[in-house]
Write a new protein. Structure first.
Length: 206
């Protein structure tokens, strides 16, 4: 499995605990994410920091186990991801870099699934085609939020996300891994938060 390396390039989150509580306060019981993403977070922590650290992140979620395509509360995923990013931050270069790596892992896990492989087959190596299918992919993966794609050039576009609970750095990792999955040589993703849960991502590649 490909491991993507990120360099920290933004000001670190000042208080992840405060950030987490703000996001948790906006979730509802029907906001859910697939178990594969929880398992992916645990895989990253286990690989980088060991089984004991992974067990702490599992405990932070409040869940006991996960089935890849079952749905679990996004509040649990937020707690696990923030706990994992704090554990990983010293080793990986900061909280935000850790979030990007967790996001990239989510893409790898989704594209390794039966559903994800079908998305890759439909894309047939074409980044635009895969990006156009991203809103549908997200609807398969989570129960919340809206996503839209706007093209600004042959190799550049905006991915607009509304009411998504994960930090923009997480989705930077998700989207960069998407572009790299179809063989782009030079891929760039930059998130611009519009509000706590809304963000615009500028994507480009060569």
């Amino acid at each position: 499995m490909t491991v993507i390396a990120f360099r920290s390039r933004e000001r670190e989150v000042i208080d992840p605990g405060c950030e987490l509580e703000r996001r948790l306060g906006l979730t509802a019981s029907e906001d859910r994410a697939r178990g594969m993403f929880f398992l992916g977070v645990l895989d990253v922590v286990r690989r980088e920091s060991g089984e004991t650290a992974a067990a702490r992140c599992l405990a932070a979620s409040g869940e006991r186990r996960f089935v890849p395509f079952f749905l679990y509360p996004v509040s649990a995923f937020l707690r696990m991801s923030f706990a994992a990013a704090e554990v990983l931050a010293p080793r990986l270069g900061g909280f935000e870099t850790a979030m990007r790596i967790i996001g990239a892992q989510a893409t790898h896990d989704f594209l390794d699934s039966v559903v994800g492989r079908s998305f890759l087959m439909l894309a047939a190596g074409d980044p635009r085609r895969l990006i156009n299918n991203l809103p549908s992919g997200y609807r398969t993966a989570v129960t919340y939020g809206e996503r839209h794609v706007t093209w600004t050039g042959a190799h550049e576009g905006c991915f607009n996300v509304f009411r998504d609970f994960m930090p923009h750095t997480y989705h930077e990792g998700v989207l960069l891994a998407v572009l790299q999955a179809v063989g782009t040589r030079v891929a760039r993703v930059r998130g611009r938060p519009l509000s706590l849960l809304d963000c615009e991502y500028v994507m480009s590649w060569a």
